[in-house]
Design a protein around this ligand. Structure first.
Ligand code: ADP
Length: 378
């Protein structure tokens, strides 16, 4: 018999919240979803109380796992913060990467994905800076360096990988449980865009997002890969912070355009990853300068070099500049990423050079230059 929501509630009634009340009466639980033996929900708590809640979360997980009919349990501890509360604000840029007691810092490191060498995030402080385009072309650049590469589209609200890689269809399941990733241009790819209809409006609740992400990462037969590139949702809010905690990231790449405003957002991105002790592999300046497709003349439309300066200021590596070019946009939007379809062109070389810098950093101990010290709590 598959487990029901009531079974879950009954089971959780035996688990006390930090104040001694049974968990279902604590007021902290989100809607509980019990589907096909899979249980997921979140516990929303005050950021300052995260530490006292983590053992409760673990106890709840253990109790539920022991219930007959339960196959998997996913309980996310989300620090519910009101805007302006201490935890909602990213740590000051360049602040101490000190996890001990830091609100929002992952209480326990996530286990790696078997067979996968490293998982890196491509993130941006806001949308529209070319994060997904960069993620795809970097993944292809890493592939060109001889690495086995996967792409995980974590942009649950606006998945773009199916389009950018021109992949259609739905993933097959293996033994009815695990999904086979889709493939395109030699990359293994998973995106929520393969699983839901494009036209279907998606109303996601926090725990569903986390569950979808965890499943796309852990219930997919990735096989043996050197690296998975995660295209993060844009922004630096709570959802992104929680995601950064849920995925065992070796490092993060921040994409920014050179404008001041984008750079402020990029700074928030750097701060967000630092706060969850994910090393910053570096900053990329996208749409760095305009190369006229007709005459090749270069114009610094948004100013230029801002991201390099910002990276220096923050003490993180600068990985390179990608020009604003029609070819990149047209190819990208047509599902023909430039690194794959014009491998001998100038843009492919730029992406490959950046990919090589990322690979070198991963090989040399990710983010060694700028990595905050990871403090594992006893
Ligand atoms: P994000 O993931 O940050 O929202 P996208 O990767 O979807 O951004 O890019 C937004 C738009 O900008 C897309 O139409 C894309 O083709 C275009 N774009 C991205 N990078 C470049 C570039 N270097 N030159 C020209 N167009 C670009």
């Amino acid at each position: 018999m598959p487990v029901t929501k009531q079974d879950v509630v009954d089971c959780l009634a035996k688990v006390p919240a930090p104040d001694g009340r049974p968990l279902p009466q604590s007021g902290a639980l989100s809607e509980i979803i019990a589907n096909d033996g899979k249980v997921f929900f979140s516990i929303g708590v005050d950021a300052a109380a995260v530490k006292s809640w983590e053992p409760v979360r673990q106890r709840a997980e253990a109790a539920l796992k022991a219930l007959p009919g339960v196959q998997s349990v996913m309980i996310a501890l989300t620090a519910e913060r009101t805007a302006g509360s201490a935890a909602a604000r990213p740590a000051a840029a360049g602040g101490h990467g000190h996890a001990h007691g830091a609100p929002g810092a992952g209480p326990k490191p996530q286990p790696g994905v078997p067979g996968v060498g490293a998982i890196i995030a491509v993130a941006s402080g806001k949308g529209g800076v070319g994060k997904s385009t960069t993620a795809v072309n970097l993944a292809l650049g890493l592939r060109d360096l001889g690495l086995r590469v996967g792409v995980l589209d974590a942009d649950i609200y606006g998945p773009s990988m199916p389009k950018l890689l021109g992949i259609h269809g739905k993933p097959e399941t293996i033994d009815g449980k695990r999904l086979k990733p889709m493939e395109g241009y030699g990359l293994k790819v998973m995106s929520i865009g393969f699983l839901v209809e494009e036209e279907t409006p998606m109303i996601w609740r926090g725990p569903m997002v986390m569950s979808a992400l965890t499943q796309m990462l852990r219930e997919v037969e990735w096989g043996t890969l050197d690296v998975i590139v995660v295209d993060m949702p844009p922004g630096t809010g709570d959802a992104q912070l929680t995601m950064a905690q849920q995925v065992p990231l070796r490092g993060a790449v921040i994409v920014s355009t050179p404008q001041d405003l984008a750079l402020i957002d990029a700074r928030r991105g750097v701060a967000m990853f630092k706060r969850v002790n994910v090393p910053i592999l570096g900053v990329i300046e996208n749409m760095s300068h305009f190369l006229c497709p007709h005459c090749g003349t270069r114009s610094d439309i948004f100013g230029h070099g801002g991201a390099r300066k910002e990276a220096d200021r923050l003490g993180v590596p600068f990985l390179g500049e990608i020009p604003l070019h029609m070819d990149i946009r047209e190819k990208s939007d047509a599902g023909l990423p430039v690194v794959a379809t014009e491998p001998d062109g100038p843009h492919a070389k730029i992406y490959r050079d950046i990919a090589a810098r990322i690979r070198d950093q991963l090989a040399g101990g990710a983010g060694s230059r700028a990595a905050p010290k990871i403090v594992i709590e006893a």
